[in-house]
Design a protein around this ligand. Structure first.
Ligand SMILES: Cc1cc2nc3c(=O)[nH]c(=O)nc-3n(C[C@H](O)[C@H](O)[C@H](O)COP(=O)(O)OP(=O)(O)OC[C@H]3O[C@@H](n4cnc5c(N)ncnc54)[C@H](O)[C@@H]3O)c2cc1C
Length: 454
């Protein structure tokens, strides 16, 4: 079982790399520990439902990737209207002005009390006492507007308290009313047009799997990489195993979509993240609610900012159009962002479902009677909030990335963002085809945030 390029992981990145290598006449073997392809881009299937792995907005910021997906999907890449709501104590407010104007659907009582709170905060604030992001935003918009529209959700998503984050370097202010109006009319989403596969993001990886197999690529499902042997900054072979057997594969090039800490462990590289390097110990719990009736709101997702709930984000799959959800039914996915160790991770699926449905009932979204079935997925170490900034700001992550980059025949393509993983996979394939690893290091380096914009 020897092959020219070995790919670890059949996610968006690994499958894209395999596709481009095979197109260029290379031999490819993919090792995937699960029994299905797709990783974090796979579909979750239940009866006639085929929905995404949590919230999935596909960015079109990398033209090469957008074109790749459009070619793979053809007419099944459908435009939809992205509409993000904010769930606050039983109200659904709007993130963007274009839906319900500058008031964002705030009831007058809430609007007036938030405005009064803003005046109070502004009156009290003193430029010299602004040291944190929290001080800065409170002085600009007041505590109430800030917590409702950004802080509560962002703190859950990233696990970082705004009181501990630095204030922006430039504290230029025009005056509180013009600052407030400027914030209120600001366009929050940079991307104007959104597209989604009609049958969910899993359709992209499933189509890629078919193409890869058609071109003679091999995919070993249910095999886990259990050891990586290296010598003088080159990988020599890889040990893979399933329940019954173990093999050692020799290879000239390895493309890996494993998270940094996992590949480092397999390669025997020592590391010890500090406690505040959050990007190493966060994960996510997904609770799917399969509903007998359509959902009551038109938003594609809701950011939760109710102080008394733990849920963080809710995806409403029917709002994407397409056929992820059968007609007359509904499906919501409730996401809990957390550190891997929080109590919710220790509960069993039934307990987690009860917890989630209670939070939804209290917020007026659905009730238990509407729920036909549920599914709970615990994904420790899958943190949607890890960003490329963490590769520069987390010392351990930065060091690990640099150490792994030194390996001559290793292409580390795991990225946060389906488009970025896909891009890294395509560039890894191009670098191998051109026998030029620098191409990969240059175009996918964390220091070059958006090489596609250059
Ligand atoms: C809840 C959530 C929401 C997200 N929302 C968005 C979004 O809106 N937009 C967006 O663009 N991105 C989003 N992302 C990020 C995006 O899903 C990922 O960045 C992307 O799918 C990663 O692709 P990948 O191929 O790099 O890795 P993965 O999809 O993680 O693939 C890695 C594969 O390797 C396999 N594997 C792991 N260990 C082994 C082993 N030892 N041996 C063999 N195989 C192994 C895994 O099973 C997996 O299939 C989100 C992620 C999450 C978790």
């Amino acid at each position: 079982m020897n092959s020219e390029v070995l790919i670890i992981g059949a996610g968006a990145g690994g499958l894209s790399a395999a596709y481009w290598l095979l197109k260029n006449g290379f031999k490819v073997t993919i090792i995937e520990k699960e029994l299905v392809v797709g990783g974090l881009m796979r579909s979750i299937k239940y009866e006639d439902f085929a929905v995404d792995f949590g919230y999935k907005h596909l960015y079109s910021r990398i033209p090469e990737v957008h074109k790749f997906w459009s070619d793979i999907l053809g007419d099944d890449f459908l435009p939809y209207q992205s509409r993000i709501g904010i769930l606050y104590n039983g109200h659904i407010l709007e993130k963007e002005r274009k839906f319900r104007g500058i008031r964002r659907g705030m009831p007058y009582g809430l609007l007036l009390s938030s405005f009064a709170n803003m005046l109070k905060n502004n009156y009290r604030s003193n430029k010299n006492s602004i040291t944190s992001l929290q001080d800065y935003t409170y002085s600009r918009r007041g505590e109430k507007f800030t917590r409702i529209f950004s802080q509560e959700y962002d703190e859950r998503f990233k696990g970082l308290k705004w009181s501990q984050l630095p204030a922006p370097e430039t504290l230029k202010r025009k005056g509180f009313l013009s600052d407030f109006l400027n914030d209120a009319v600001k366009i929050t989403q940079k991307q104007e047009h959104w597209f989604h596969p009609s049958k969910g993001t899993g359709q992209i990886v499933e189509n890629l799997e078919k193409e890869v197999l058609k071109m003679g690529g091999k995919i070993y499902l249910g095999f886990r990489v259990t050891n990586i042997y290296n010598q003088q900054e080159a990988i020599k072979s890889i040990e893979i195993s399933n329940d019954n057997s173990k093999y050692e594969l020799k290879t000239s090039n390895v493309i890996s979509s494993l998270p940094l800490q996992i590949i480092a462990t397999l390669m025997g590289i020592d590391f010890k993240p500090a406690k505040n390097e959050l990007s190493f110990n966060r994960g996510i719990i997904l609770v799917y609610l399969f509903l007998k009736q359509p959902t009551k709101f038109p938003h594609t997702s809701l950011h939760v900012s109710c102080p008394n709930t733990l849920m963080s984000r809710i995806t409403n799959f029917s709002a994407y159009g397409g056929s992820m959800v059968p007609k007359g039914k509904g499906c919501l996915c409730i996401e809990y962002f957390s550190t891997n160790s929080i109590e919710l991770f220790l509960k069993n699926d039934q307990e987690i479902f009860e917890f989630a449905i209670n939070e939804c009932e209290k917020s007026g979204l659905v009730n238990k009677m509407q729920c036909q079935d549920f599914l709970v997925i615990k994904a420790p170490n899958s943190d949607p909030a890890v960003s490329f900034d963490d590769y520069s700001t987390d010392p351990t992550r930065k060091k690990l990335y640099e150490q792994l980059s030194k390996f001559k025949n290793l292409y580390q393509i795991n990225r946060t963002g389906t488009d970025k993983s896909t891009y890294a996979g395509i560039i890894a394939a191009k670098a191998i085809v051109n026998n030029d690893k620098h191409l990969f290091d240059y175009y996918t380096s964390p220091d070059i945030y958006a090489p596609w914009e250059k």
